[in-house]
Design a protein around this ligand. Structure first.
Ligand SMILES: [Zn+2]
Length: 324
């Protein structure tokens, strides 16, 4: 009988055959684990909307790091949650602030760990916005100067990568110039190039204490409906000297990971954000889903879309599963 159709199932016949033809893999080296540091001692506060994720003081951070290193995770993304907040977010660029102390601690204990500094002001401002406010507006250019100062302070504290997230226009070049002037021309910039104003950040704001006290972030973060605008944002960051491009959030914006992959040759990072984590955890705690399979399918989806690495709160679980 003449064959009139394709036999795709030949390559799915056994586990070994499927292993042989598998196109994408999640590796522990792909994972970046976010950490939230607070002032004080003996603090390990679980974030209610993010089971398994904690705000840590320096001493408990040291314990957490031992576990992270033992699991083979080699990169962390640092968020500081200071006690003192003010209109200009001065703790962001204070060399002795909690975030800088945490970065020094990590680099002293684990010099090989890649420390990525989230560079924004919203965890440090009393109004919770990502920049300086004039007459109810977040002002772009004045904020850029503070971002440059923040990046330099973070690099001095040992940050290996600067990751600006506040979506001011020109933030990559402003930070690049500030870093270069301070002698940090070797420090790369991982830009939150394509960042949407998203409801998927809700649980993170509990973790980072960064909920805006008025209004929203829609005048600087992108409209979820726009894809071409995301390509313009990414093109600007590439031109300004970005070394990595982040897409945030990840799951509902996987098309943007693919579009960036097709248009740029820089490493691409997918941010599997807080609510994506919380939804999985909530369903898993109810026994409604197979957590491991759901998480691994999501992460390999990011790889298939073209991401080189993934920022994820699931990193510790994934590292354990991969090690089995
Ligand atoms: Zn921010």
């Amino acid at each position: 009988m003449a064959q009139t159709f394709d036999r795709h199932r030949r390559l799915r016949k056994s586990a070994a055959m499927r292993n042989l033809v598998r196109e994408n893999h999640v590796r522990v080296e792909d994972l970046i684990y976010p950490l939230f540091v607070v002032e004080g001692t003996g603090i390990k506060n679980e974030i209610p909307s993010m089971p398994g994720v904690y705000q840590l003081s320096l001493d408990t951070l040291a314990e957490e790091l031992k576990e992270i290193v033992a699991l083979g995770i080699q990169a962390v993304l640092m968020f500081g949650v200071p006690t003192h907040k003010d209109a200009c977010g001065t703790e962001a660029y204070n060399d002795d602030a909690i975030t800088q102390q945490a970065m020094r601690l990590i680099k002293e204990a684990h010099p090989e760990m890649i420390v990525i500094a989230d560079t924004c002001l919203c965890e440090y401002t009393d109004h919770g916005h990502c920049g300086v406010i004039h007459e109810g507006e977040v002002v772009n250019d004045e904020t850029l100067k503070l971002l440059g100062q923040t990046a330099v302070s973070q690099a001095k504290a040992g940050a290996d990568i600067i990751a600006p997230s506040n979506m001011m226009d020109g933030f990559v070049i402003a930070i690049r110039e500030a870093l270069d002037e301070a002698g940090f021309e070797h420090i790369p910039i991982m830009s939150y190039a394509v960042k949407y104003a998203s409801a998927f950040y809700g649980p993170f704001r509990d973790a980072a204490g960064s909920t805006p006290q008025f209004g929203d972030r829609k005048s600087y973060q992108m409209d979820a409906a726009n894809a071409r605008e995301g390509l313009r944002e990414a093109a600007s960051d590439v031109k300004e000297g970005a070394d990595f491009l982040i897409v945030k959030p990840g799951l509902a914006f996987m098309d943007m990971v693919l579009r960036l992959r097709e248009n740029f040759n820089l490493p691409i990072v997918a941010y599997n954000v807080s609510a994506e984590y919380s939804m999985v955890k909530a369903a898993a705690l109810n026994g409604w889903i197979d957590e491991e399979r759901i998480v691994m399918e999501t992460l390999v989806g990011f790889k298939r879309a073209g991401a080189d690495m993934i920022i994820t709160y699931h990193a510790k679980d994934v590292a354990k599963w991969l090690a089995r």
